[in-house]
Ligand binder design. Structure first.
Ligand SMILES: [Zn+2]
Length: 418
């Protein structure tokens, strides 16, 4: 394996783009700091197979120096919002209540969609589990989010110390400059925990498929930004206190147009039943129609399995929440359920069985407190327990088993921590 030059990295990425050298070169308020910093980075839709020494040298180096999982297994369903909330609560979607990117709450009949600002900022959707930033604030720490699902609504009346309305078009440079601005505060005021989010891999994977040139370019871009972040943290003297926890929420699978499951007429004999979810994971709200009758009708569809929500396979840990429709369907990989006969795309999809290799995300943990280790597959329910331990706060009730910390944390004496 080719040795990697950290000094070359530092020189190459000292200043760039709109991240001004002035921000990087300003007086270093953290030079004598001892307060740990945890940075949780989500690279949406980043598959383990994208990680290579040639295409992603910075991530590759962090993985070599720290701990890396063979894959991070999503919670069911393998969709963006449910899994981001799982990562910061340690709870299954069935428990935290963000059960899909699009959902209806029968208690209020309100509809949640990613694009609805009213929904995203409405605490009603988010209040069933406390995300880490709320716990941190309640226990006297400082937590700031540069985009994370749930961070735009007060939960138990608490927002992150710093947060922003989601702006898909905010450049990587602007995101990093904002983040570094927060981290440049005097130690008593700088965050203990920050999040950072890049969506490039998800967007490229959906539009061009997971093995496309667009994905390769997005991979390189995201990797460069990680390199810039590390270099800036080193330059500011914060790196020695920092643990980077780099995750993705799910993988991506090729979903060619011929693999669309046309379901428009499947419910024709049941006028009150509705497809409430469509895609790789689909769902039917019965509205009083017969479970057995609709199940029989759905059994005629190919390449998709359906269950009454209470009868889902146990391993999915999914099916009790009121926001889950009465019947849940899961497409075979590459397929998706549609009620639009004209539908052609997207070329890449997720939402399939989280245990399939194509649905696995990444987990890289790096920093002075982290041991060098290659891990097997890790459930993303375990990430919360690691974050809680790194930040030294008391965990909320969660579905993790605290199995990750013993695998990745150095013993305190070896880590040089008090
Ligand atoms: Zn995603």
């Amino acid at each position: 394996m080719r040795p990697f030059s950290t000094s070359a990295l530092l020189i190459a990425v000292s200043c760039w783009g709109v991240l001004s050298c002035a921000v990087l070169a300003q007086a270093n308020p953290a030079a004598n700091a001892t307060k740990p910093l945890v940075i949780l980075v989500s690279l949406d839709g980043f598959k383990p197979s994208y990680l290579t020494e040639v295409e992603t040298p910075h991530l590759f180096y962090l993985a070599q120096q720290g701990s890396q999982a063979k894959g991070l297994i999503s919670a069911f369903p393998s969709l963006t919002f449910p899994n981001h909330v799982t990562l910061v609560t340690g709870q299954t979607p069935d428990h935290h209540g963000i059960v899909n990117n699009t959902m209806t709450d029968p208690a209020t009949t309100q509809r949640f969609t990613l694009g609805s600002r009213e929904a995203v900022e409405n605490p009603m959707w988010w209040q069933e589990a406390l995300p880490l930033w709320v716990t941190l604030r309640q226990q006297g720490k400082i937590a700031s989010t540069l985009f994370w699902p749930g961070s735009e609504a007060p939960i138990q009346g608490v927002m992150p110390n710093d947060w922003m309305r989601y702006n898909h078009h905010m450049t990587h440079e602007a995101r990093l400059e904002t983040l570094l601005g927060w981290l440049s505060r005097v130690e008593a005021q700088r965050p203990d925990f920050v999040t950072l989010y890049f969506s490039d891999l998800d967007s490229a994977g959906h539009s061009a498929g997971p093995d496309s040139e667009a994905v390769r370019l997005a991979t390189r871009k995201v990797d460069q930004s990680i390199g810039h972040l590390v270099a800036a943290l080193k330059q500011r003297g914060v790196w020695t206190q920092t643990t980077l926890v780099i995750v993705s929420d799910h993988g991506m699978a090729l979903s060619p147009p011929e693999k669309v499951i046309q379901a428009k007429t499947a419910l024709a004999a049941f006028p009150d039943a509705r497809w409430e979810w469509l895609g790789a994971t689909a769902g039917v709200r019965l509205n009083g129609e017969s479970t057995d009758g609709v199940m029989t009708a759905l059994s005629k569809l190919s390449n998709v399995a359906c269950w009454p929500k209470a009868s889902m396979p146990k391993r999915f840990r999914f099916g009790t929440h009121r926001r889950i429709p009465d019947i849940v369907c899961l497409s075979d990989i590459g397929y998706s359920v549609s009620d639009n006969p004209e539908r052609k795309g997207p070329l890449g999809q997720h939402g399939y069985d989280p245990e399939l290799t194509d649905m696995h995300g990444i987990l890289i943990v790096s920093g002075p407190r982290i041991r060098q280790a290659q891990l097997e597959l890790v459930s993303n329910l375990e990430v919360y327990g690691l974050l809680v331990n790194l930040l030294n706060v008391k965990a909320e009730k969660n579905d993790g088993e605290n199995t990750l910390s013993p695998l990745v944390l150095k013993p305190p004496s070896a880590a040089g921590m008090p």
